[in-house]
Design a protein around this ligand. Structure first.
Ligand code: ZN
Length: 426
């Protein structure tokens, strides 16, 4: 397997592992859980900025709801089912029908629209064992599922705003370009041809109004409506379909969602389904492979390695690490009985972008010596370095997971035991 395959990088960077007892699912190690939370927190902050409200809907929903929505006919073979004494339930493969239930909880006026919900929904889909591929294709994943309930007049604005959101988020993760596919009616579908004409016309007009250039993908739409699909290009020129926005006239009808229009009559809202990343797990795999495991500073689970040159500087190294952690930075002390060069290499192999050295001169002057990912070196005072690292991190939106210094208790782990396995690597 390629050494930059995420299935190799995950265990090597101590992010996650998979094992036979949980096919298609991952066990997240502390560093991987940190990365997962950073991605989720960042995306959630962007969704909040775009006026989405976070919701949560049940994992298990009666099979009858999936039959009414049409998902059972289309995806029944991929849905995990559980039975109690008298009913059958499905483990949700997506969050759409759940969000319609939220919409239906009140009488909605046209003045309430657009109504925007988002959920980082834990979803499960049965995939044959031969189709499983690390985090790229699993049975358990988290979908950044969002739905906008709106009227025809809102569609263009929603699509434009969604495109701006995608551009911002993808650029933040280091992807500058994407191509767009416009997927139209599949052969097996719900809804009349007239409804499809209308849905495709509205979505195409919105895409043009957002100045999107797109390629046609006939027959690739969802069973309930046409889709715009956003396909990222990575550094190996591979294409990954991640984002999507889909225009749906079918589910509001099937699940009986209504809104009172300006004349006082009930009408069906339009439902826009959207996802920026698709599956967080799959996106993480794409991200790791794209960056060869060397994630940008704001996203690195451990951002800074702090290394005392010799035992005499350990106290100052601890002060440095505590100062960084208090500023919300994530760091590790690299205090192995190894040469500094070996420790730099070990930190690099673990994907830690910044390497901070403290020797006798630095300890007496209250400075730190910084080695940046590009190899450039500089010396700064501790407070200058802290402000600089903070500014680098805060260039990204606020995060939920703040820094910690694992191992700063009495029993300080050595990098040799925690990270040393790859110290002799590339
Ligand atoms: Zn949906």
């Amino acid at each position: 397997m390629d050494s930059y395959d995420h299935r190799v990088l995950g265990p090597r960077l101590d992010l996650f592992h998979q094992q036979e007892e949980a096919p298609g699912a991952a066990f997240w190690h502390p560093r991987g859980a940190t990365l997962y939370r950073l991605i989720e927190s960042y995306l959630f902050s962007e969704m909040r900025r775009a006026n989405f409200r976070e919701v949560r809907t049940p994992q298990l929903l009666s099979r009858s709801l999936w039959e009414r929505s049409g998902h059972w006919d289309k995806f029944g073979a991929n849905i995990f089912v559980f039975n109690d004494e008298d009913r059958s339930y499905a483990l949700k493969p997506m969050s759409c029908p759940g969000h319609v239930q939220l919409f239906r909880q009140q009488i909605r006026s046209y003045r309430d629209l657009p109504l925007r919900y988002c959920e980082f929904g834990a979803c499960h889909r049965y995939e044959p064992s031969g189709a499983l591929h690390g985090l790229m294709r699993g049975r358990a994943f988290t979908q950044d599922d969002a739905h906008v309930f709106c009227l025809p007049v809102h569609v263009e604005g929603e699509v434009s705003r969604f495109c701006a959101l995608l551009r911002r988020v993808y650029a933040r993760f280091g992807f500058q370009d994407f191509v767009v596919g416009f997927s139209t009616r599949p052969s097996v579908r719900a809804g009349s041809d007239a409804a499809w004409d209308r849905a495709e016309g509205m979505l195409a007009a919105a895409a043009l109004s957002a100045a999107l250039e797109f390629r046609h993908q006939p027959g690739e739409g969802a069973f309930y409506g046409p889709k715009l699909e956003f396909i990222l290009g990575d550094r190996d020129d591979r294409e990954w379909q991640c984002g999507t926005i889909q225009l749906d006239l079918v589910l509001p009808e099937r699940l009986d969602a209504e809104v009172i229009d300006a004349s006082g009559a009930p009408v069906r809202p339009i439902m826009l389904h959207q996802a920026v990343l698709g599956s967080i797990e799959r996106f993480m795999a794409i991200l790791l492979e794209h960056h060869r495991g060397q994630l940008p500073f704001w996203l690195a689970p451990d951002q800074i390695a702090v290394a005392p040159v010799s035992a005499g500087q350990f106290d100052f190294a601890r002060t440095v690490a505590e100062t960084f952690a208090a500023a919300g930075l994530r760091c590790q002390i690299y205090d192995a009985d190894e040469t500094l060069a070996r420790r730099v290499l070990a930190a690099h192999d673990c994907g830690i972008p910044m390497f901070v050295t403290v020797g006798a001169k630095e300890a007496s002057a209250g400075t730190v010596s910084i080695r940046e990912p590009n190899g450039r070196r500089c010396v700064r005072t501790l407070s200058e370095a802290t402000e600089w690292f903070k500014a680098e991190t805060l260039a990204a939106p606020p995060m939920r997971a703040l820094g910690s210094i694992p191992g700063l208790g009495d029993d300080v782990p050595r990098s040799g035991t925690q990270f040393g396995a790859d110290a002799d690597g590339t």
